[in-house]
Design a protein around this ligand. Structure first.
Ligand SMILES: [Zn+2]
Ligand SMILES: [Zn+2]
Length: 314
């Protein structure tokens, strides 16, 4: 694996026609770096940088660095840049996330009278594959880093009318809406981006094997995501991992470092509605399998480990 570098793959397309698929269609068809059968010989970068539009990027961590290979979303407004998650690796030499985002930031046009953007670092939830890069941001200037624990999350977002409140953050000519979606994990949030109409769902909804810690909270959160997507245009639901193959209903085993036949990252509002219909009537905590994702309750040992991990970041 090539360490220290990132690669930018840009989309250059016009929306609308078969000859020129829309950027969303290209994202649906996108093949990401997906690890290697022999990680010692892997030549891919530690971070793949994918430019969706000039102010919207999706980053993927190399599976050879950490099998979780999470996705990280970087949304530039005129005044602030939102960084959603910081990946599964702390070491900046192996995984130069801060440096990568700084170089993207340097390419962005500055707002009038403002040449430094604030980096706002949030987490889709408080599992370590989504916050391990935080230390790279901690001592940097112009960074607001929200700690991945319940107290800091509640204080920052100050969701009114909890549990159904939401918070709108203005990045500068780009508004994002944030709301709580507990279930996979207590501090899970969803982020809606007004510019792309993306609904970013972390580990709450993604093409993979989705563990649910609190079934009733998860039922409520999925219903809430459906209600939100009925009130707003949602072009895509994008989560933090791919664990499904491109064969319906088939997932890669946990720990896989080579996924040559990955499913698309993109899920649709229709697929969310399908999950909601099934889970709304499923008070029995049982595995629910779909072509594009699988939802399953955590067992007692997984819950215990999750609680210990959560306690460590309080
Ligand atoms: Zn998680
Ligand atoms: Zn995760």
């Amino acid at each position: 694996m090539v360490i220290c570098c990132s690669t930018v793959y840009a989309l250059e397309s016009k929306p609308g026609t078969d000859a020129f698929p829309s950027t969303l269609q290209m994202l649906q068809q996108k093949k990401w770096i997906h690890g290697s059968a022999d990680c010692d010989a892997d030549a891919d970068p530690a971070i793949e940088v994918f430019r969706y539009d000039p102010s919207t990027y999706i980053l993927r961590q190399n599976k050879c660095l950490n099998f979780e290979a999470p996705f990280i979303y970087v949304l530039f407004g005129l005044a602030k840049v939102l960084v959603l998650d910081t990946g599964a690796t702390e070491n900046a030499a192996e995984f130069p996330l801060y440096e990568t985002i700084q170089s993207l930031s340097n390419e962005q046009p500055a707002a009038a009278g403002q040449n430094v953007r604030e980096l706002l670092v949030l987490h889709s939830h408080s599992h370590s594959d989504h916050y391990s890069g935080d230390t790279q941001f901690a001592e940097q200037p112009n960074v607001t880093l929200i700690a991945p624990n319940g107290g800091a999350v509640a204080e920052f977002f100050a969701f009114d009318d909890s549990p159904d409140g939401e918070t709108i953050i203005d990045l500068g000519a780009r508004k994002i809406t944030v709301f709580a979606v507990p279930g996979h994990q207590e501090e899970a949030i969803a982020v809606y981006d007004s510019q792309t109409s993306w609904l970013l769902t972390g580990d709450t909804f993604y093409p993979g094997y989705i563990y649910v810690k609190n079934w009733n909270d998860y039922q409520h959160s999925i219903a809430r995501l459906v209600a939100f997507s009925e009130k707003h245009e949602v072009s895509a639901l994008l989560g933090a991992h791919i664990e499904m193959t491109d064969r319906p209903g088939e997932d890669y085993p946990i720990g896989t470092v080579h996924q040559p036949d990955e499913a698309s990252l993109v899920l649709s509002a229709g697929e969310l509605i399908m999950l909601n219909s099934a889970i709304a009537n499923s008070d029995e905590q049982t595995e629910l399998r779909f072509d594009q994702f699988i939802v399953a309750p955590m067992n007692w040992l997984q819950k215990l480990l999750s609680n210990i991990a959560r306690w460590l970041v309080q």
